[in-house]
Design a protein. Sequence first.
Length: 777
Amino acid sequence: MSLPEDAKQLIQGAVQGLMGKAVALAPDSWIPGGKPDPLIRHQHGHIGKPVTRVDGPLKVAGKAPFAAEFPIQAMAYAAVAHSTIARGKILTLDVAGAEAAPGVIAVMTYRNAPRLKAPPVFLSDPKAASGDNLPVMQDEEIHWNGQPIAVIVAETQEQADHAKSLVRATYEVAPAVTDIEVAKAKGTKQGVFMGQPLHNAIGDAEEALAAAPVTVDAHYTSPGHNHNAIELHAVTAYWQDGALRLHDATQAVAHTAWTMAQMFGVDEKQIVVTSPFVGGGFGGKTLWQHQVLAAGAARLTERPVRLVLSRESVYRMVGGRAPTQQRVALGADRDGTLKALIHSGVTPKTATNVMPEPFILPARSAYAAETMLLDVQIVELDMLANTFMRAPGESVGTFGLESALDELAHALAVDPIELRLRNEPDKDPTLGLPFSSRNIDEAWRAGAERFGWSRRNPVPGATRDGEWWVGVGCATATYPYYRMPGGAARLTLTREGHAIVDIAAHEMGMGTATAQTQVIAERLGLPLEAVTFNYGDSSLPGLVLAGGSQQTASIGASVIAAHRALVKELLKLAGNDSVLAGLDPDEVGGQDAGLAALDDPDRHETYASILARAGRQTIMVEAEPPMPLETQHWSMHSHGAMFCEVRVNAVTGEVRVSRFLGSFDCGRILNAKTAASQFRGGIIMGLGLALMEETQFDPRKGRIMNPSLAEYHVPVQMDVPQIDVMWTDIPDPHAPMGAHGVGEIGITGTGAAVANAVFNATGKRVRDLPITLDKLL
Ligand code: MOS
């Protein structure tokens, strides 16, 4: 019997749920992070410094090879033709014209593509990376409008692109569900996310809402969003003696290698995926059909194949964020104490993926409401599989929740920051777990002071500067701390005092390589120049996803494990003649290119001295971190307080964001420069979410109508004001290095902060994203 993916996930989730209870009750000392990482205590080393990117010189010199830049002999270039119907069968597929076009080597269709197994969908296995589980070019069936129907391989990209225009297809059209409202009328299903139902109930929230003296009950919507990383999805694929080499732009090298191996029926080790540099991922650079098609075309043509998706092909083949329809209802006492918090609604997904946009996630831990009802219902559409996109859930969930908080503050005539602080929970409201580290009150206090919040006029529509209304707004930002299982690291130390760390991690522009170089140097007591951090290659140890803002914690835990193994080895080698004799691995740390007793730094021996005495040139260890049980023992989150000033043109309705401040509480900040860039980048993406980003999906045909940056707008230079960022820098005692992720939190809260500022400026409450000028006139 084969169970549907949802059911398997629910069963897995139930088992994890039982485990979770035991983990919650276990003593702290049994849990990873139960003893604080000694690095948290280091105050004057590399950690926190605004170290410039280690890969900066390579990048500005054009010497950092991205996926489509590996020079390979006899390269062929590919382009993809897409279906124009949402569901049905290919009736005729005429590729003669394309085959006869200049430079064309082959046209791959379902008729001649290599026979492949269906891809294991993300979460179906710890190593699965696919956005859905649909077969890739194996038969006539069409599952979404935009599905690849032919891959043209030619001597040049231009020839491939031209030949693509000559492919002719006719279809037998089948009825498709492409309209959310039509699907809703037939009923909805419980959304399930990471094996858990997207449902929480505490008490009777509807009853408490009805009894509350002050209420807000409103609907908020967010449209679909498409991934628009500057680097297009790109892959270079070639086969050699039955082994596949893939230069990919990916957030998951090891997952991709394993998943492709399942599909092609080859051993996992026969597929090597490298991805040393990625031009932005945001959740979109996982395994989609293009890598499989490129590898298939390379096998078919016996040529190395490069497939760089056109921007349109990215829209047709790479899933984005699904739209949401949210209800947020808040009931409060007159002093603002929340008696009821309801956050519920509907989002569409496909039947072939496991990612309902989980917009209730922020409400699970944000406020201490007496009663709660949180619920995500789904409908299934015939469309391209939706997927993870920067802070899935939190980005659009905070729009609804934090807009409603602002509406409640207005109804109560209470300052919106004060309202939030009055409802600050002392433990996680839905899990009942203690918070590992939550200093959101400090983020609010410091942010309000820097922003000049006290100068705000709480009366909407009261501040005018010529033809511009001016207003300010704020919102809470929040994103969980995750650490996924499967990490591992190899650590090599040379007698010259050089450390090399190998781990199958990723650099998508966040500064991973730089921050990790700092962490490793600090932990080992070495200068930055003495550390080499190797990553972006599936043949390196570890299963590390650059997603969920968890890479820093994941690599950190792996490096801690490897370092501990190294220290053990070194102490053994040092032996009884060393000043370190008798010390336990827990009692020493890295210092001045050697080991030192933590409580007596004068007991110190250099690595060079230890290795020389042992007659060793190098020492190499590999280790895995413990399971990430800390996430089930504490409630762990990054936090932020967002402040926005807008100017709204009274004549045209145009909104300009004139000032923005993000005040963050994300544990210890490892690199002040790269972290600030992450915060700013997230906020900029949040401004796009607030004001312009919108996938135009035709509900009649299920076709995306604006598949280009000319028609799908993202913020450009002139849309982005001075963005100020600050942080508490208070370490989480239970996280590696005391650090939380910083990659996704910036987009959260930003949409609501803008909407709340627009309300303060104009008195108009826009509950439908994006806030375009037509909604303000
Ligand atoms: Mo992120 S949406 O987990 O890359």
